[in-house]
Design a binder for this molecule. Sequence first.
Ligand SMILES: C[S@@+](CC[C@H](N)C(=O)[O-])C[C@H]1O[C@@H](n2cnc3c(N)ncnc32)[C@H](O)[C@@H]1O
Length: 514
Amino acid sequence: MDNPEKYRDEYVTDVTYTMNYKLELNPLNVQFNFLCSGLRPPEINKACELGFGQGLTINFHASGSTTQWYGNDFNHKHYLFANELARASKTDCLLTPESFHDFCNRTDLPNFDFIGLHGIWSWINDENRDIIIEFIKNKLNPNGVVYISYNAFPGLIDTLPIKKLLSDYYNELPEERDTTEKVVDSIQFLEDFLNLNPEIINSFPNLTKKLALIKTQPKHYLAHEYFNKHWQPFYFTEMNDILEPLGLKYAAPAYIIDLFKNLYLTDDQHQFIEKIENANSQQNYIDKIINRQFRAEYWVKNLDPLNEEEYLNLISEVSLLAIKPVDTFEIIFETYTGNAEVNEKIAKLILYELATYEVKTIADIYHAHADEGIALNDIATVAALLIYKKDITLVQSNQKISEISHQCKNLNTFIMARSIISDDINFMVSPRTGGGVFVNNIEQLYILARIRGLKKPEEWVKFAWDVNLWRSGKILDDRVGSTFPNDINGKEMIDHAIDWEKNRLPFLNALLIT
Ligand SMILES: C[S@@+](CC[C@H](N)C(=O)[O-])C[C@H]1O[C@@H](n2cnc3c(N)ncnc32)[C@H](O)[C@@H]1O
């Protein structure tokens, strides 16, 4: 690669990444998933996010928690935007535009209770992976946790030929051409090639399905996913071979659903897995059974199992808040291998308890139904699944909320001001969850309209409409993340705002976003 600026460290730097939020890095999620795995939840006072991308995640966590955050990303546009968010929220996080090499070799960094990297490991070269390994070795505290996500084998075996076909074509295009245009051309080439019905489709029948998915994905996501020089899925056992020598052990999944094996394995598969005593072997075989494509997980230096009494005490103190109306509840949800059902009776009991927009602990819910003979642990199990389904959310203590509310308010003020000039951020930070919540551009404009004193849904609609007209010079369309109908005069638009006031606003109030 002869243009070092475009491909620093053999990574695409001229196309920015998507503005996303990753709950997996939220200390509350880490602690809850440890607890549900029967492990003592870690204290996270100092945390580091390597390769923070656009920086929404690190800034939401820096403003929403009392944890002090540090992070880097060498894409200068990413850094500038992330730093603007940090300045707006007035947190004391340290963000730098350094490469992994420079950041990880700084001598002024503290030791960390948590080091997290999302969407990094599979897309960088060996040299950078070694730098990160050294960093973890030197900078992680004795009880420290590592969060890491990576493309996984065996599920991505049949994506290897796709990656190769795309990058072979891409690499032959002129270096000086625009990266996004080259991405588009390469995908068109892949489609033309597969239309020739080459023999490879017989060996990898999923290729056409994968192409169909790729065609729906945003180009700036695809540029980072498939068009870096490096794209390396790992088996879980390979990750264990890398992390074990650092004193790390697999602790908990980042996606809580992983713990509920009976929901995505058949009875025979489940029995087969349960007979395996070694936790690592269990992970290894589960991946083979479900043909896993992506892993996101926590590793810890000191595996500290809880006894039953400790577990019940800690889980009973977990605080919850509903984030959807009870009447939208669905029993069925998607797992790795198909649909599963959540226990309807207990789910409804939890949801009706939380239907008043108040925070309640698992113990509160248990005691309110003490005469129904439901075990506290069954309530905890169903609550975990409702969290996974995004019906309810974990919330932090009032003490923490009072310490960080002002920072969240600062950051949300920035996001709302930006909602006028751009619709690219579809999240706001909640002091209650200590992290990001999906709130699309139209919602942000409604909230802003209300702050500006507009009281009626018709007025919010007019405000949002005018902003969009001014911003784009055209009427609102169905862009990603927005749910705005496209007829200003139609009843549909007003209904949209009335429905939002009834079904969304109370939850945004409860999340302390509005
Ligand atoms: C796929 S993006 C993921 C971003 C973010 N973690 C997220 O999930 O939204 C990978 C990020 O790593 C950064 N990156 C890649 N190689 C790097 C390096 N050698 N030093 C610093 N940052 C790097 C890129 O600029 C990019 O923002």
